[in-house]
Design a protein around this ligand. Sequence first.
Ligand code: 6PG
Length: 467
Amino acid sequence: MELYDFGIVGLGVMGRNLLLNMADNKFAVAGLDLDAAKVESLENEINDTHQVKATTQVAEFTQAIRKPRAIMLLVPAGKPVDGAINSLLPHLEEGDIIIDGGNSYFPDTDRRFLELSQKNIHFFGMGISGGEKGARFGPSLMPGGDKGAYERLRPIFEAVSAKVNGEPCVAYLGNGSAGNYVKMVHNGIEYGIMQLIAETYDLMKRGFGIDDEKIQQTFVQWNNTELQSFLVEITGEILNKFDEDGQRLVNVISDWAKSKGTGKWTSQNAMDLQAPVPVIDAAVTMRDMSKFKPERVQAAKKLNWTPAEKNIDEDQVIGQLKDAFYFAMLNTYAQGLAQLTIASETYNYGLNLEEVAKIWRGGCIIRAAALEDFRQAYSRDASLRNILLDDTIAKDISSRQANTREIVKQAVEHGIPFAAYMNALAYFDSYRSERMPTNIIQAQRDYFGAHTYERIDREGSFHTQWD
Ligand code: 6PG
């Protein structure tokens, strides 16, 4: 009976594709889904070389898996994860391993780890990135938590993950909920870069009046440069998709976007940790703004701005935009990676940022040529607090600031909402300010609330009778 190396619960898009990826790699995999249609759809995709079993019955599923069992959950985050664990538990034995492969909120992972360790069930959270194609042909995997349990399954994960220069895009990341935390920040960076791309498109189209064809070609060309990245690449493809009426599909897609919450969690937790991630904050805010469609329609008639007529040299502004996008993108990674540094200290994750950069180079949504530069920066200095402090990156990013400032000015003049870009520049300018204007904040707090202040020329806390 116990023929199968691994079990997957949840045969939706991610579960089905990861299972088939494992089966391609010659692992025998059992799948469970309560929905018979999903079981059937998996069965239709299995070929003769696959050793796969799919069922709707929990007992049949758990009996089929070799002991100690290894079972991965690929169900929506939140209650479905607890529901799946509870339905499995009566059929499991001490020493079995449960892996949560969803986008779970990291405190839930810590709680589940404690609950399950009391039952001697190993548990760890593992972020998975790459969407449907990634799951099928090579995702980036971000495991954390129970190291012994991960080590047992390492050969499976290394086999199915994406590879860059022959190196697997999976590594044990750290203690507790480290895997889910790193995936959460990955998604926050994903939100930030997506928003930057949307703003880039908006400035080209509405601001500069560049035609769709040229915008599309710009993204395609950028993807052959140091801007090479999955999100730039797919934007080029998205802009080249035409619907049955012959119009560019993107022009008839509505402008309000949904979200499942991982970007918001990144911002919320960054605020808790006092780890500023303003590009991600802006991205979350702009998705929220997008939902105010009826109000925006009203406001568009009342809150007018007519930009001054100006001739632009398209090739020149596209060249400036390229620098500005790269500048803002590097700032976004810098913010997310700095958040990971602070989180690792706060939650005792023991993260190795070089490993994080390494496994993000392939398979995941934020994969980009720049990740190799970040990996090298951490390999030069493992204790780097912020990649902007790396000499090579500092030089590169600084050389692009003049064009970034010019592009931000252009966006302001054209009335294009440029929140992510502006926040990238504000982050950069505050980070490089030896003296910030926060002396005024200190004085104001002391003025109205007697909160006291510190001085730069004397030790201690001071209070002044200001009025
Ligand atoms: C990935 C993606 C994936 C998913 C997000 C989308 O890494 O493969 O991030 O996890 O597409 O959940 O998130 P939103 O629905 O919040 O945009």
